[in-house]
Design a binder for this molecule. Structure first.
Ligand code: C2E
Ligand code: CA
Ligand code: CA
Length: 395
Protein backbone atom coordinates (compact mmCIF):
# COMPACT_ATOMS: atom_id res chain seq x y z
CA UNK A 1 0.00 0.00 0.00
CA UNK A 2 1.27 3.43 -0.86
CA UNK A 3 0.26 6.45 1.18
CA UNK A 4 0.23 10.10 0.21
CA UNK A 5 2.19 12.77 2.02
CA UNK A 6 -1.09 14.28 3.22
CA UNK A 7 -2.18 11.01 4.82
CA UNK A 8 1.19 10.62 6.50
CA UNK A 9 1.16 14.19 7.79
CA UNK A 10 -2.31 13.63 9.21
CA UNK A 11 -1.04 10.49 10.95
CA UNK A 12 1.84 12.48 12.45
CA UNK A 13 -0.48 15.19 13.67
CA UNK A 14 -2.90 12.64 15.17
CA UNK A 15 -0.07 10.97 17.09
CA UNK A 16 -0.49 7.75 15.15
CA UNK A 17 3.26 7.45 14.63
CA UNK A 18 4.68 5.31 17.39
CA UNK A 19 8.32 4.67 18.23
CA UNK A 20 9.48 1.07 18.65
CA UNK A 21 12.84 0.15 20.13
CA UNK A 22 15.18 -2.56 18.97
CA UNK A 23 17.86 -3.45 21.53
CA UNK A 24 21.53 -3.84 20.57
CA UNK A 25 23.77 -6.27 22.40
CA UNK A 26 27.51 -6.55 22.97
CA UNK A 27 28.86 -9.21 20.64
CA UNK A 28 31.10 -10.93 23.14
CA UNK A 29 28.92 -10.95 26.25
CA UNK A 30 25.37 -10.66 24.85
CA UNK A 31 24.69 -7.85 27.29
CA UNK A 32 22.15 -5.18 26.41
CA UNK A 33 24.05 -2.05 25.44
CA UNK A 34 21.81 0.38 23.55
CA UNK A 35 18.76 0.57 21.27
CA UNK A 36 17.61 1.99 17.95
CA UNK A 37 14.38 3.93 17.63
CA UNK A 38 12.28 2.75 14.65
CA UNK A 39 9.03 4.41 13.75
CA UNK A 40 5.74 2.62 13.00
CA UNK A 41 2.35 3.91 12.04
CA UNK A 42 -0.39 2.40 14.14
CA UNK A 43 -3.79 3.25 12.70
CA UNK A 44 -6.82 3.82 14.91
CA UNK A 45 -8.11 0.35 13.93
CA UNK A 46 -4.86 -1.17 15.23
CA UNK A 47 -3.22 -1.90 11.83
CA UNK A 48 0.54 -1.57 12.00
CA UNK A 49 2.12 0.08 8.97
CA UNK A 50 5.89 -0.60 8.60
CA UNK A 51 8.20 2.32 7.79
CA UNK A 52 8.93 0.92 4.33
CA UNK A 53 5.35 1.93 3.41
CA UNK A 54 5.58 5.58 4.40
CA UNK A 55 9.19 6.67 5.02
CA UNK A 56 10.12 6.66 1.30
CA UNK A 57 7.17 8.96 0.53
CA UNK A 58 8.00 11.17 3.49
CA UNK A 59 11.60 11.32 2.22
CA UNK A 60 10.38 13.03 -0.94
CA UNK A 61 9.63 16.19 1.00
CA UNK A 62 10.49 17.94 4.24
CA UNK A 63 7.83 15.84 5.94
CA UNK A 64 10.59 13.38 6.84
CA UNK A 65 12.30 16.09 8.87
CA UNK A 66 9.19 16.61 10.99
CA UNK A 67 8.93 12.86 11.52
CA UNK A 68 12.57 12.59 12.61
CA UNK A 69 12.21 15.45 15.11
CA UNK A 70 9.00 13.91 16.40
CA UNK A 71 10.82 10.60 16.91
CA UNK A 72 13.65 12.44 18.68
CA UNK A 73 11.22 13.98 21.16
CA UNK A 74 9.56 10.60 21.76
CA UNK A 75 12.98 9.06 22.42
CA UNK A 76 13.73 11.79 24.95
CA UNK A 77 10.43 11.03 26.68
CA UNK A 78 11.37 7.36 26.87
CA UNK A 79 14.80 8.19 28.30
CA UNK A 80 13.16 10.54 30.77
CA UNK A 81 11.00 7.68 32.05
CA UNK A 82 14.21 5.80 32.78
CA UNK A 83 15.63 8.49 35.00
CA UNK A 84 15.29 6.30 38.08
CA UNK A 85 16.89 3.29 36.39
CA UNK A 86 19.97 2.81 34.26
CA UNK A 87 19.57 4.43 30.86
CA UNK A 88 20.94 2.87 27.69
CA UNK A 89 21.81 5.14 24.76
CA UNK A 90 19.26 5.25 21.94
CA UNK A 91 19.99 5.96 18.31
CA UNK A 92 17.66 7.94 16.06
CA UNK A 93 17.58 7.83 12.25
CA UNK A 94 18.00 11.15 10.48
CA UNK A 95 17.28 11.50 6.81
CA UNK A 96 19.93 13.00 4.56
CA UNK A 97 17.61 15.97 4.08
CA UNK A 98 18.74 17.31 7.47
CA UNK A 99 22.13 17.95 5.93
CA UNK A 100 20.66 21.21 4.66
CA UNK A 101 18.75 22.08 7.80
CA UNK A 102 19.92 25.32 9.36
CA UNK A 103 21.03 25.09 13.02
CA UNK A 104 20.56 21.33 13.11
CA UNK A 105 22.87 20.78 16.06
CA UNK A 106 21.42 23.71 18.04
CA UNK A 107 17.94 22.32 17.56
CA UNK A 108 19.00 18.83 18.60
CA UNK A 109 20.74 20.17 21.71
CA UNK A 110 17.75 22.32 22.63
CA UNK A 111 15.38 19.34 22.48
CA UNK A 112 17.63 17.06 24.51
CA UNK A 113 18.37 19.82 27.03
CA UNK A 114 14.68 20.53 27.52
CA UNK A 115 14.43 16.98 28.91
CA UNK A 116 17.56 17.48 30.99
CA UNK A 117 19.27 14.46 29.43
CA UNK A 118 22.96 13.81 28.86
CA UNK A 119 23.87 14.26 25.20
CA UNK A 120 25.80 11.01 25.21
CA UNK A 121 22.48 9.15 25.54
CA UNK A 122 21.62 10.04 21.97
CA UNK A 123 23.21 8.69 18.85
CA UNK A 124 22.47 10.06 15.41
CA UNK A 125 22.25 7.56 12.54
CA UNK A 126 22.99 8.91 9.10
CA UNK A 127 23.30 6.90 5.93
CA UNK A 128 26.33 7.19 3.82
CA UNK A 129 24.17 8.20 0.86
CA UNK A 130 23.85 11.61 2.52
CA UNK A 131 27.41 12.24 1.44
CA UNK A 132 26.92 11.61 -2.24
CA UNK A 133 27.07 15.19 -3.46
CA UNK A 134 28.67 17.27 -0.79
CA UNK A 135 31.43 15.47 0.98
CA UNK A 136 32.90 18.38 2.91
CA UNK A 137 29.53 19.63 4.08
CA UNK A 138 28.68 16.09 5.20
CA UNK A 139 31.88 15.83 7.25
CA UNK A 140 31.29 19.26 8.82
CA UNK A 141 27.78 18.22 9.76
CA UNK A 142 29.06 15.11 11.55
CA UNK A 143 31.78 17.06 13.34
CA UNK A 144 29.31 19.66 14.59
CA UNK A 145 26.99 16.96 15.97
CA UNK A 146 29.89 15.23 17.71
CA UNK A 147 31.24 18.48 19.08
CA UNK A 148 27.91 18.92 20.85
CA UNK A 149 28.50 15.59 22.62
CA UNK A 150 26.26 13.29 20.58
CA UNK A 151 27.65 10.27 18.90
CA UNK A 152 27.26 9.65 15.18
CA UNK A 153 26.74 6.32 13.45
CA UNK A 154 27.03 5.67 9.73
CA UNK A 155 24.04 3.48 8.88
CA UNK A 156 23.73 0.79 6.20
CA UNK A 157 27.45 0.66 5.42
CA UNK A 158 27.99 -1.73 2.56
CA UNK A 159 24.50 -1.43 1.09
CA UNK A 160 25.50 0.90 -1.71
CA UNK A 161 28.75 1.89 -3.28
CA UNK A 162 30.65 2.07 -0.01
CA UNK A 163 34.36 2.42 -0.13
CA UNK A 164 37.25 2.03 2.25
CA UNK A 165 38.18 5.58 1.31
CA UNK A 166 34.91 6.60 2.93
CA UNK A 167 35.63 4.78 6.21
CA UNK A 168 39.09 6.31 6.24
CA UNK A 169 37.82 9.88 6.11
CA UNK A 170 34.44 9.90 7.80
CA UNK A 171 34.71 11.41 11.29
CA UNK A 172 31.99 9.19 12.84
CA UNK A 173 31.99 7.15 16.06
CA UNK A 174 30.18 4.06 14.83
CA UNK A 175 29.92 2.08 11.62
CA UNK A 176 26.76 -0.01 11.15
CA UNK A 177 27.38 -2.84 8.73
CA UNK A 178 24.36 -3.47 6.54
CA UNK A 179 22.59 -6.79 6.71
CA UNK A 180 23.06 -7.34 2.99
CA UNK A 181 26.72 -8.15 3.69
CA UNK A 182 25.75 -11.10 5.88
CA UNK A 183 24.51 -14.19 4.11
CA UNK A 184 22.38 -16.74 5.89
CA UNK A 185 25.18 -18.41 7.80
CA UNK A 186 28.31 -16.62 6.62
CA UNK A 187 29.51 -19.74 4.83
CA UNK A 188 31.08 -17.94 1.89
CA UNK A 189 34.84 -17.57 2.24
CA UNK A 190 35.06 -14.32 0.26
CA UNK A 191 32.20 -12.78 2.21
CA UNK A 192 33.98 -13.62 5.46
CA UNK A 193 37.19 -12.03 4.23
CA UNK A 194 35.39 -8.82 3.26
CA UNK A 195 33.60 -8.61 6.60
CA UNK A 196 36.71 -9.34 8.64
CA UNK A 197 38.57 -6.59 6.81
CA UNK A 198 35.80 -4.04 7.35
CA UNK A 199 35.80 -4.72 11.11
CA UNK A 200 39.57 -4.56 11.27
CA UNK A 201 39.73 -1.31 9.30
CA UNK A 202 37.03 0.30 11.40
CA UNK A 203 38.77 -0.60 14.62
CA UNK A 204 42.16 0.54 13.54
CA UNK A 205 40.50 3.85 12.68
CA UNK A 206 38.95 3.82 16.19
CA UNK A 207 35.35 3.39 15.12
CA UNK A 208 32.97 1.07 16.92
CA UNK A 209 31.09 -1.42 14.80
CA UNK A 210 27.57 -2.85 14.74
CA UNK A 211 26.43 -5.81 12.65
CA UNK A 212 22.79 -5.37 11.61
CA UNK A 213 20.23 -7.98 10.74
CA UNK A 214 21.86 -10.88 12.58
CA UNK A 215 19.40 -13.75 12.58
CA UNK A 216 21.24 -17.04 12.88
CA UNK A 217 23.58 -18.54 15.42
CA UNK A 218 26.07 -19.24 12.63
CA UNK A 219 26.23 -15.53 11.84
CA UNK A 220 26.69 -14.72 15.51
CA UNK A 221 29.43 -17.33 15.91
CA UNK A 222 31.30 -15.88 12.96
CA UNK A 223 30.90 -12.29 14.18
CA UNK A 224 32.37 -13.33 17.52
CA UNK A 225 35.60 -14.19 15.74
CA UNK A 226 35.65 -10.69 14.20
CA UNK A 227 36.30 -7.41 15.91
CA UNK A 228 32.58 -6.53 15.95
CA UNK A 229 31.34 -4.58 18.99
CA UNK A 230 27.57 -4.84 18.87
CA UNK A 231 24.87 -6.99 17.35
CA UNK A 232 21.42 -5.85 16.26
CA UNK A 233 19.10 -8.50 14.95
CA UNK A 234 16.23 -10.87 15.42
CA UNK A 235 18.55 -13.43 17.02
CA UNK A 236 18.42 -11.27 20.16
CA UNK A 237 15.33 -9.10 19.80
CA UNK A 238 12.91 -7.51 17.34
CA UNK A 239 11.83 -3.89 17.52
CA UNK A 240 9.31 -3.64 20.41
CA UNK A 241 6.90 -1.11 21.90
CA UNK A 242 8.23 1.28 24.53
CA UNK A 243 6.56 -0.49 27.43
CA UNK A 244 8.23 -3.78 26.59
CA UNK A 245 11.56 -2.07 26.05
CA UNK A 246 11.42 -0.32 29.43
CA UNK A 247 10.74 -3.56 31.24
CA UNK A 248 13.52 -5.27 29.30
CA UNK A 249 15.98 -2.59 30.41
CA UNK A 250 14.90 -3.00 33.99
CA UNK A 251 15.12 -6.79 34.05
CA UNK A 252 18.41 -6.79 32.19
CA UNK A 253 19.98 -4.72 34.88
CA UNK A 254 18.78 -6.96 37.68
CA UNK A 255 18.96 -10.40 36.16
CA UNK A 256 22.10 -10.19 34.10
CA UNK A 257 24.74 -12.66 35.24
CA UNK A 258 28.19 -11.89 33.97
CA UNK A 259 29.19 -14.48 31.39
CA UNK A 260 32.41 -16.44 31.53
CA UNK A 261 34.63 -14.66 29.03
CA UNK A 262 36.70 -17.81 28.46
CA UNK A 263 33.69 -19.69 27.19
CA UNK A 264 32.88 -17.17 24.53
CA UNK A 265 36.28 -15.84 23.68
CA UNK A 266 37.22 -15.36 20.07
CA UNK A 267 40.77 -15.72 18.79
CA UNK A 268 40.99 -11.92 18.86
CA UNK A 269 40.00 -11.59 22.48
CA UNK A 270 42.29 -14.47 23.47
CA UNK A 271 45.20 -12.68 21.84
CA UNK A 272 44.26 -9.46 23.63
CA UNK A 273 44.30 -11.21 27.00
CA UNK A 274 47.60 -12.86 26.19
CA UNK A 275 49.08 -9.50 25.22
CA UNK A 276 47.99 -8.09 28.57
CA UNK A 277 49.92 -10.81 30.37
CA UNK A 278 52.99 -10.34 28.19
CA UNK A 279 53.03 -6.59 28.64
CA UNK A 280 52.80 -7.05 32.41
CA UNK A 281 56.24 -8.69 32.24
CA UNK A 282 57.76 -6.97 29.19
CA UNK A 283 56.78 -3.33 28.81
CA UNK A 284 58.69 -3.10 25.53
CA UNK A 285 58.43 -5.54 22.64
CA UNK A 286 60.36 -5.02 19.44
CA UNK A 287 59.68 -6.80 16.16
CA UNK A 288 62.69 -6.70 13.87
CA UNK A 289 63.08 -7.77 10.28
CA UNK A 290 66.78 -8.57 10.00
CA UNK A 291 66.54 -9.23 6.28
CA UNK A 292 65.16 -5.76 5.61
CA UNK A 293 66.84 -3.84 8.40
CA UNK A 294 63.56 -2.58 9.89
CA UNK A 295 61.89 -2.73 13.30
CA UNK A 296 58.60 -1.92 14.92
CA UNK A 297 58.23 -1.38 18.67
CA UNK A 298 55.09 -2.12 20.67
CA UNK A 299 54.51 -0.73 24.12
CA UNK A 300 51.64 -1.00 26.52
CA UNK A 301 49.16 1.83 26.07
CA UNK A 302 50.23 3.92 29.00
CA UNK A 303 53.87 2.97 28.90
CA UNK A 304 56.00 5.41 27.00
CA UNK A 305 59.57 4.70 26.16
CA UNK A 306 61.20 8.03 25.66
CA UNK A 307 64.33 6.72 24.03
CA UNK A 308 62.77 4.26 21.66
CA UNK A 309 61.09 5.42 18.44
CA UNK A 310 58.25 3.15 17.33
CA UNK A 311 59.70 2.24 13.94
CA UNK A 312 62.83 2.78 11.88
CA UNK A 313 65.94 0.93 10.78
CA UNK A 314 67.23 -1.89 12.92
CA UNK A 315 70.82 -0.68 12.76
CA UNK A 316 69.84 2.72 14.19
CA UNK A 317 67.84 1.03 16.92
CA UNK A 318 70.88 -0.96 18.08
CA UNK A 319 73.10 2.10 17.86
CA UNK A 320 70.67 4.11 20.03
CA UNK A 321 70.09 1.24 22.45
CA UNK A 322 73.82 0.89 22.92
CA UNK A 323 74.20 4.55 23.85
CA UNK A 324 71.73 4.34 26.73
CA UNK A 325 73.59 1.56 28.56
CA UNK A 326 76.55 1.40 30.88
CA UNK A 327 79.78 2.05 28.89
CA UNK A 328 81.28 -1.28 30.04
CA UNK A 329 78.37 -3.23 28.51
CA UNK A 330 78.22 -1.53 25.13
CA UNK A 331 80.72 -3.62 23.23
CA UNK A 332 79.23 -6.94 24.35
CA UNK A 333 75.69 -5.76 23.46
CA UNK A 334 76.63 -4.39 20.04
CA UNK A 335 78.62 -7.53 19.21
CA UNK A 336 75.65 -9.78 19.99
CA UNK A 337 72.80 -7.75 18.52
CA UNK A 338 74.33 -6.38 15.37
CA UNK A 339 72.53 -7.64 12.34
CA UNK A 340 75.36 -9.63 10.79
CA UNK A 341 75.91 -11.51 14.01
CA UNK A 342 72.23 -12.35 14.46
CA UNK A 343 71.97 -13.56 10.87
CA UNK A 344 75.01 -15.78 11.51
CA UNK A 345 73.43 -17.12 14.69
CA UNK A 346 70.22 -17.85 12.82
CA UNK A 347 72.09 -19.70 10.07
CA UNK A 348 73.83 -21.76 12.76
CA UNK A 349 70.47 -22.88 14.12
CA UNK A 350 70.27 -20.63 17.20
CA UNK A 351 66.67 -20.00 18.25
CA UNK A 352 67.14 -17.31 20.85
CA UNK A 353 69.83 -15.02 22.23
CA UNK A 354 69.77 -13.12 25.49
CA UNK A 355 71.92 -10.68 27.38
CA UNK A 356 71.84 -8.73 30.64
CA UNK A 357 73.10 -5.16 30.50
CA UNK A 358 72.88 -2.12 32.74
CA UNK A 359 70.42 0.46 31.39
CA UNK A 360 70.19 4.01 32.64
CA UNK A 361 66.73 4.98 33.87
CA UNK A 362 65.13 8.44 33.79
CA UNK A 363 66.49 8.95 37.32
CA UNK A 364 70.06 8.43 36.09
CA UNK A 365 70.48 5.12 37.92
CA UNK A 366 71.69 1.97 36.10
CA UNK A 367 69.52 -1.13 36.41
CA UNK A 368 70.01 -4.65 35.13
CA UNK A 369 67.87 -5.23 32.06
CA UNK A 370 67.51 -8.48 30.24
CA UNK A 371 66.90 -8.45 26.50
CA UNK A 372 65.89 -11.73 24.86
CA UNK A 373 65.62 -12.08 21.08
CA UNK A 374 63.55 -14.91 19.66
CA UNK A 375 63.81 -15.90 16.02
CA UNK A 376 60.28 -16.35 14.64
CA UNK A 377 58.87 -17.39 11.30
CA UNK A 378 56.05 -15.68 9.45
CA UNK A 379 54.07 -17.92 7.17
CA UNK A 380 53.82 -15.05 4.69
CA UNK A 381 57.50 -14.41 4.13
CA UNK A 382 60.98 -15.93 4.25
CA UNK A 383 62.45 -12.86 5.92
CA UNK A 384 64.28 -13.46 9.16
CA UNK A 385 62.30 -11.91 11.97
CA UNK A 386 63.08 -11.55 15.66
CA UNK A 387 60.93 -10.54 18.58
CA UNK A 388 62.81 -8.87 21.39
CA UNK A 389 61.34 -8.91 24.88
CA UNK A 390 62.99 -6.54 27.33
CA UNK A 391 62.46 -6.67 31.06
CA UNK A 392 63.86 -4.85 34.03
CA UNK A 393 65.31 -7.46 36.42
CA UNK A 394 65.06 -5.26 39.49
CA UNK A 395 61.37 -4.36 39.46
P1 C2E B 1 17.34 0.81 9.30
O1 C2E B 1 17.70 2.09 9.92
O2 C2E B 1 18.42 0.06 8.58
O3 C2E B 1 16.73 -0.08 10.46
C1 C2E B 1 16.96 -1.43 10.62
C2 C2E B 1 15.86 -2.22 10.01
O4 C2E B 1 16.24 -3.61 10.02
C3 C2E B 1 14.56 -2.14 10.81
O5 C2E B 1 13.49 -2.23 9.89
C4 C2E B 1 14.62 -3.40 11.65
O6 C2E B 1 13.38 -3.84 12.07
C5 C2E B 1 15.25 -4.36 10.68
N1 C2E B 1 15.91 -5.48 11.33
C6 C2E B 1 16.52 -5.51 12.52
N2 C2E B 1 17.01 -6.71 12.78
C7 C2E B 1 16.71 -7.50 11.72
C8 C2E B 1 16.97 -8.88 11.40
O7 C2E B 1 17.58 -9.63 12.16
N3 C2E B 1 16.50 -9.32 10.20
C9 C2E B 1 15.83 -8.52 9.34
N4 C2E B 1 15.40 -9.06 8.19
N5 C2E B 1 15.57 -7.21 9.61
C10 C2E B 1 16.02 -6.71 10.78
P2 C2E B 1 12.28 -1.22 9.98
O8 C2E B 1 11.95 -0.95 11.40
O9 C2E B 1 11.24 -1.77 9.09
O10 C2E B 1 12.88 0.10 9.39
C11 C2E B 1 13.20 0.18 8.03
C12 C2E B 1 13.89 1.47 7.71
O11 C2E B 1 13.03 2.58 7.85
C13 C2E B 1 15.06 1.77 8.64
O12 C2E B 1 16.15 1.01 8.27
C14 C2E B 1 15.21 3.25 8.40
O13 C2E B 1 15.94 3.48 7.22
C15 C2E B 1 13.78 3.72 8.17
N6 C2E B 1 13.30 4.34 9.41
C16 C2E B 1 12.69 3.76 10.47
N7 C2E B 1 12.38 4.69 11.40
C17 C2E B 1 12.83 5.89 10.93
C18 C2E B 1 12.83 7.24 11.43
O14 C2E B 1 12.38 7.54 12.54
N8 C2E B 1 13.39 8.19 10.63
C19 C2E B 1 13.95 7.89 9.41
N9 C2E B 1 14.48 8.89 8.70
N10 C2E B 1 13.96 6.65 8.93
C20 C2E B 1 13.42 5.65 9.67
CA1 CA C 1 19.13 2.88 11.26
CA1 CA D 1 20.60 0.07 8.89
Amino acid sequence: MKYTAEEIRAALENNELVVYYQPLYLTMTSRLKSAEALVRWIKPDGTLVPPSEFIPVAEESDLIMDIDWYVTRQVCRTLEKQNMMPQFPISVNFSRRHLHEKDFTEKLSAIVDSFDLLHQLLEIEITESAMVEEESRFYEWIVSIRNAGFSVAIDDFGSGLSSLQFIKDVPADVLKIDKSLLSHNCEDEKERIVLESIFTFAHRLRMKTVAEGVETKEQLAFLRTCDCNKIQGYIFARPMPEKEYLSLCQSHQVAEEPKDILEIQSPTSAVNLLMDAIFRRYPLIIFSNLTRNTFHAMTHEDFTVKNCPSAGTYDDLIRQGTESMHPDDRERFAALFNRENLLREYAAGTREVRIVTRQKGDDGIYRNTETADYFVKSKYSDDIITIALAQNLED
